[in-house]
Design a protein around this ligand. Structure first.
Ligand code: PEP
Ligand code: MG
Length: 847
């Protein structure tokens, strides 16, 4: 058995001290690195996580041992040191050790004003942070004189019924106690857990000799960084303030110096060039040796520079990517490390405009964050109004109970979509992600008042049609008014990072793309092909919708074929365009999937219009619409069941695909289309459809004389198809797992209705996560595993993939890779995230 390393509770930070971030925290470890870089770090002692946990339980360490490091008249600060600095911690407490005696000696040393200011600062920090007294009686006075000091000491005594503690050991014990307890508090725990900290994350503390920023000669404190945390560009920023401590320079209303020369005022570079030059040198050293952009906290005491602390420069996603790429290009880190440093989800912030995280938010309601990005616009309630607004050049938010395929054009026209119903795989969510359109779904607490054309917030506020709201699809919030936005920021660094990611990943990434615009986005994001083209979306456009309806109302197969013949050239043109955009990359076209009823009007006026169009009696049309209604359309006559019972539709689509293949191959690289059959549950379905499609291929070949190849595959989205993947594979050159329907059918849970109760289910721990959002590895995953194994057993060379909405998520990618799937396919805007996540998974696997 490996021997556990033991660490002393109290460690003086030296270059050789035995320390690690996992035991002493990130700040302590970083201070040791600064010491190793020969920086003037004041004497510092680190307490381990274990020591701080014991303090919280009432067991103090040897305070005398700590204070021994700081001489007979100690004056110290205490700062938190959590494992990951992003997890936060209690605020620093400075000037511990200030007491009447120390005040008297410092009056001699530094002058009375400086000494009194230090004492007052400590009384105030101790009173508010340790004794938890109200801050109102303990504000720093403008003039820190003896009278102010007496008032502060009296106020403390009055509130606490005891004089201000004079013993530095007692002061330090109290500070350590209060910081250790604060870390264990519920609010602090929840805050750090929200940042990804484990429930039992530890806190270390560092006790450091004060380097006073106040006193005789040039004294002050400041903060410097060498990178812009918003853009990632190299730029010196920060402030320095004479006669100050901590981070006061950053908040000072006046008197603070810029660091580098600045037209707005005096700078440290001009006032104290040697100090500035040393800081610049330290910045360069931290960058190359710590392999990070650090923000350095420093003090000047009678002209002497001290480095108190350094933390990673806080940064947004754009800066994070740029910094990682620049460090790599300067040979400071390797591309592997740059790839590992960026959280894939943060990339989505770069792809979309976002609500500025610093903005004040007036939240109307919350729903499910279904498609990231922020957008603002006027409220509209119908697809037609959205199109009208777009034609006037107005930005609008389409608000619907739920969207249906008929809303597609309105969604294209809208800046964002908000629905009352639905979950992460509902129509609005899927289309929103495909279009890169911010989308919040399942905002079930919002009501639509149709008569008065308004939405009513849970708190009773009304927002009328035409009023401006903002949809934040990243957080799931709907906001009143127009908070400030941050622009999308895809720059060269973004592309470079993803090119590196592609070097390391070992699973393919394709896109789900239905339109030429989607396909173009997919190519721009370097998708390796289209993994799912949902062809039904092509039939909702103007004239095509009318033709679809005519086709549905056709009385005989001949009549149906005649209408389909008019749709054929349109489909062919769609496919030619897709093949051309994808330029030789594979395109997987899924044959028609939804129930026909979706193409029929839902209301009376629509039925009337349809009767006019078809020149049929209203009663006939109404009867036909009713006859097509199903109790459970998602489990009814759709997918391959239509292919078997109304074969003319698939035949038309196959012909369009083959003719487009011939046309596109003439102009560019030979196209090998992939044709995918949806909703299969039995091998015989595949046989029947395959026979027909093969026959169409022979016919197209005979008519044109052209030769072409194609691949036929099956979408595995019913549990039975997964179980019978072995025999289904006999007739398929590829299988793609449609995890949306597969999840729906495995759970027996409607993907369009689950949003109503999903949050309760997740809150109560019935499901760990929404299974439409996070692939259920246990149940749906088992079906995937069985399907993949059985398919490979009968056809080892078969291509396997997943193409549901899960395809872009890290856990689904890791799972697919582990099961030997060839690629994942996801919405175009998730392609960059998937490429990065896939690379990180492969790199982590290498160890
Ligand atoms: C699926 O069911 O997983 C799928 C990709 O198809 P759709 O979302 O169109 O039903
Ligand atoms: Mg499906």
């Amino acid at each position: 058995m490996q021997k556990q390393r033991t660490f002393d509770e109290i460690t003086l930070i030296t270059a050789q001290a035995d320390m690690t971030a996992a035991i002493h925290g990130g700040r302590a470890k970083c201070l040791q690195r600064l010491v190793r870089l020969d920086m003037p770090v004041p004497t510092t002692v680190a307490l381990t996580f274990g020591a701080v946990r014991r303090i919280a339980n009432g067991q103090l360490p040897d305070i005398a041992e700590i204070l021994n490091h700081f001489g007979p008249e100690p004056l110290v600060s205490v700062r938190p040191s959590s494992q990951d600095p992003d997890w936060g911690g209690p605020g620093a407490v400075l000037n511990i050790g200030m007491c009447d005696a120390r005040h008297a000696s410092l009056c001699q040393q530094l002058g009375e004003a400086a000494a009194t200011s230090l004492y007052l600062r400590f009384i105030f920090a101790y009173a508010t942070e340790v004794a938890r007294l109200g801050a109102d009686r303990f504000e720093l006075p403008d003039c820190p004189d003896r009278a102010a000091l007496d008032r502060a000491l009296a106020a403390y005594e009055e509130e606490m019924d005891e004089p201000f503690p004079q013993d530095p050991a007692r002061q330090l014990s109290d500070v350590l106690n209060s910081m250790a307890r604060a870390w264990e508090g519920t609010t602090a725990r929840l805050l750090r857990e929200a940042k990804g900290a484990p429930a039992d994350a530890g806190l270390g503390l560092v006790v450091q000799a004060m380097s006073l920023g106040v006193g005789r000669g040039e004294c002050g404190s400041g903060v410097i960084q060498f990178i812009d945390g918003t853009t990632g560009q190299r730029r010196v920023t920060g402030r320095y303030l004479s006669q100050s401590q901590g981070r006061e320079a950053l908040t000072a209303e006046s008197g603070a110096l810029y660091l580098t020369r600045d037209p707005r005022g005096l700078s440290l570079e001009e006032a104290h060039p040697a100090t500035f030059a040393t800081l610049v040198d330290y910045g360069a050293r931290t960058r190359t040796r710590l392999k990070e952009e650090m923000e350095i906290e420093f003090t000047v005491e009678d002209g002497q520079l001290s480095i108190l602390d350094a933390v990673r420069v806080p940064r947004n996603s754009q800066a994070a990517v740029r910094i990682a790429v620049d460090l790599t290009e300067d040979n400071i880190i390797r591309p592997e490390e740059a790839v590992m440093r960026i959280q894939p989800q943060t990339l989505s912030e770069l792809l979309h405009q976002q609500v500025d995280p610093r903005a004040v938010r007036d939240v109307i309601t919350r729903g499910i964050a279904a498609s990231p990005g922020g957008a603002r616009g006027r409220i509209v309630f119908s697809a037609t109004d959205a199109q009208a607004a777009a034609s006037r050049g107005e930005s609008c938010i389409l608000v619907r109970r739920e969207t249906t395929p008929e809303d597609i054009r309105g969604m294209h026209a809208a800046a964002a979509v908000l629905t009352i119903r639905g979950g992460v795989t509902s129509h609005a969510a899927v289309i929103g992600r495909g279009l890169g359109l911010p989308c919040v779904v399942g905002a079930s607490q919002l009501r639509i008042d149709r008569k008065k054309a308004a939405i009513i917030a849970p708190d009773g506020r009304r927002f009328a049609e035409g009023e401006t709201i903002t949809v934040d699809g990243t957080t799931g919030e709907v906001l009143a008014g127009e908070p400030p936005m941050l622009e999308a920021a895809i720059d060269g660094a973004f592309g470079t990072l993803l090119d590196w990611a592609d070097r390391f990943r070992d699973i393919g990434v394709r896109a789900n793309a239905d339109t030429p615009a989607d396909a173009q986005t997919a190519r721009n994001f370097a998708a390796e092909g289209i993994g799912l083209c949902r062809t039904e979306h092509m039939f909702f456009e103007g004239e095509r919708l009318s033709l679809m309806r005519e086709m549905i109302f056709a009385d005989t197969p001949e009549d149906r074929k005649a209408v389909l013949a008019r749709l054929l050239p349109m489909q062919r043109a769609d496919f030619i365009e897709l093949f051309q955009i994808m330029a030789g990359h594979p395109v997987c076209i899924r044959l028609f999937d939804p129930p026909l009823h979706e193409f029929l009007p839902a209301d009376k006026s629509g039925i009337r219009e349809l009767a006019d169009l078809l020149n049929l009696p209203l009663a006939d049309v109404t009867a036909r619409v009713e006859a097509l209604e199903e109790y459970n359309p998602m489990l009814g006559l759709r997918g391959v069941r239509l292919g078997v019972t109304v074969p003319e539709i698939y035949e038309m689509q196959a012909r369009a695909i083959f003719e487009a293949t011939i046309a596109a191959s003439r102009k560019g690289e030979a196209v090998v289309p992939e044709i995918m059959i949806p909703l299969v549950s039995a091998m015989r379905e595949v046989e029947l459809v395959k026979n027909r499609i093969d026959a169409v291929a022979v016919n197209v070949h005979n008519m044109t004389g052209a030769t072409f190849d194609y691949r036929l595959g099956v979408m595995v989205e019913t549990p039975r198809a997964a179980l019978r993947a072995g025999d289904i594979a006999l007739h398929s050159s590829f299988l793609s797992f449609g995890t949306n329907d597969l999840t729906q059918m495995t759970y027996g849970l409607s993907r369009d209705d689950a949003g109503r109760f999903m949050s309760t289910y997740v809150q109560k721990g019935v499901y760990e996560e929404d299974p439409f959002h996070t692939l259920d590895l246990e149940g749906v995953g088992e079906l995937l595993t069985i399907g993949a194994e059985r398919a490979r057993a009968t056809r080892p060379e078969i291509t396997l993939s997943i193409c549901g909405e899960h395809g872009g998520s890290r856990s689904a990618i890791a799972f697919s890779r582990q099961r030997g799937l060839n690629y994942v396919s996801c919405s175009p805007f998730r392609v960059p995230l998937a490429r990065l996540a896939a690379a990180q998974i492969a790199l982590s696997d290498r160890g």
